[in-house]
Design a protein around this ligand. Structure first.
Ligand code: 5AD
Ligand code: SF4
Length: 452
């Protein structure tokens, strides 16, 4: 959960701006959406880090796992008390939980003023006008097939930020059986490539040097657009227009990772050597029940091809343990896949039942304590693998982009392979590319010294 504040907020109106506080749950996509909300409201609102000071509070929610949803309800419990002491305060819920629960949220929390789903974000300015005119309990949770992502100027990066995200597509058509995303974010919609290039141009002009393209399944970018550009085509366009940046993307579905896309890692200078490729399980039986459309063998083949094209590529993944019907044998196959692939990092989750998904109807649920045990053991194994993987850089010189001051006054930098490097140095180096000698690896980071 993050509160969004920008240090370099500028107020463009002459009347006193209202104060907006945004609380974001969940993924990078949500963080980006929150920045877009702030950008849309910039003419009338400035951001405040304190919920207590705000005239408008928007909670941007995530429903991918049940835990995130529970956190929302306890937060709303606190926020509604603020509204009781300040009736002028406007309170809105945006994002996936808003989509899923819809108007019923008003019954649960009558203090709420509005509820908007991921496609409804763009109507927030109109909703605020309607609230000012006295309307109550406004919701926009319509999911339409012909939704297009409106163009708004790029969200302003925080002062000194060298990294930024750019959404290239929204929604998902895949219907993995555990996943709520297609139900709450709707069908896949891609943004026109010119909008994306324009947004990257604005970010670069503001000093951004590392751009991550965002989407639920970026590999299928271009579906439904008239311009006939696919994801490798988009990467090539960006590479040609902004040869000076570092380019990354997330998330990729293994089934759509084409040879052409793999080839991009070998021939596009901007494309960083990092791929997040969620495998979810190492068992073919489970993958089939998850509706993932690839086998363990096909996944391994893609990893092998990636490493042929780009031997040092960082590969990270997502995993689910305790999916309904997962046996001890299935789980052991996931562990053996970890040993075989040797991911740099894995984000592992206990299966969480999501209402309305196909897997919610599967009978053979795995008990909670088994899921917990499996997760603990898996993380233990992966932590060791990750440390060894990070260790491959020890004694080498890597090019890093200095991002800012991190823990203990040290500089925090990032390799092209997405490894965080902590090192001594002055804040004047932020935004600079430096060569760094890697002294040692820690869990999820490296320690280095600048090579002069
Ligand atoms: N339970 C647990 N993990 C889930 N994920 C998605 N849906 C669920 C669920 N119902 C995980 C997947 C996905 C990541 C973003 O969240 O691993 O890749
Ligand atoms: Fe969910 Fe599967 Fe779509 Fe990813 S690809 S968002 S896991 S349905």
């Amino acid at each position: 959960m993050k509160s969004l504040v920008r240090e370099n907020d500028q107020v463009l109106t002459t009347s006193a701006p209202k104060r907006l506080h945004i609380i974001t749950f969940g993924c990078q996509m949500n963080e980006y959406d929150s920045q877009r909300i702030a950008q849309m409201l910039m003419a009338s609102h400035c951001l405040t880090p304190q919920a207590e000071d705000a005239d408008l509070i928007i909670v941007n929610t995530c429903s991918i796992r049940e835990k995130a949803e529970h956190k929302l309800y306890s937060l709303l419990g606190r926020l509604k008390r603020l509204k009781r002491s300040n009736p002028a305060l406007k309170l809105g819920v945006a994002g996936c939980v808003a989509q899923q629960v819809g108007k019923k949220l008003f019954a649960k929390v009558p203090e709420l003023d509005f509820v908007v789903g991921p496609q409804g974000l763009y109507t927030i300015p109109q909703i605020l006008e309607r609230l000012d005119k006295g309307q109550k309990h406004i919701s926009d949770t319509e999911l339409t097939k012909d939704f297009t992502i409106p163009y708004i100027d790029a969200p302003l990066p925080k002062k000194g930020d060298v990294r930024a995200y750019v959404t290239i597509m929204q929604g998902c058509d895949n219907f993995c059986t555990y996943c709520i995303v297609p139900y709450v974010r709707g069908r896949e919609v891609s943004r026109p490539s010119d909008d994306i290039l324009r947004e990257i141009g604005q970010l670069v002009a503001q000093g951004v040097k590392d751009v991550t393209l965002l989407g639920q399944n970026v590999n299928s970018y271009g579906k439904g657009l008239d311009e006939g550009v696919d994801f490798p085509g988009l990467l090539k366009k960006i590479d040609a227009n902004f040869p000076q940046i570092r380019l990354r993307f997330t998330t990729s579905h293994p089934k759509d990772l084409s040879d052409e896309l793999i080839g991009c890692f070998g021939n596009l200078g901007t494309l960083c050597e990092h791929l997040h490729l969620p495998v979810q399980s190492g068992s073919n039986r489970v993958l089939k029940r998850m509706n993932r459309h690839y086998t363990r063998e096909q996944f391994l083949e893609k990893v092998q091809k990636l490493r042929q094209v780009c031997p040092d590529i960082t590969i990270t993944t997502d995993l689910i343990v305790g999916f309904p019907g997962e046996t001890e044998e299935d789980y052991q196959e996931t562990l053996s896949l970890l040993e075989q692939v040797r991911f740099d990092q894995a984000f592992a989750f206990k299966y969480s039942e999501r209402p309305g998904t196909a897997a919610a109807r599967f009978k053979d649920k795995v008990p909670e304590e088994v899921k917990s045990k499996r997760l603990t053991k898996l993380l233990e194994i992966q932590n060791q693998i990750g440390l060894e993987q990070y260790g491959r850089f020890q004694g080498k010189v890597c090019e890093v982009l200095v991002e800012g001051c991190g823990q203990g006054g040290k500089l925090s930098a990032r390799t092209r392979g997405n490894h965080v490097v902590n090192m001594e140095g002055g804040s004047d180096l932020v935004g600079r590319l430096m060569n760094v000698y890697i002294e040692r690896a820690c869990h999820h980071s490296l320690v280095g010294t600048i090579v002069h």
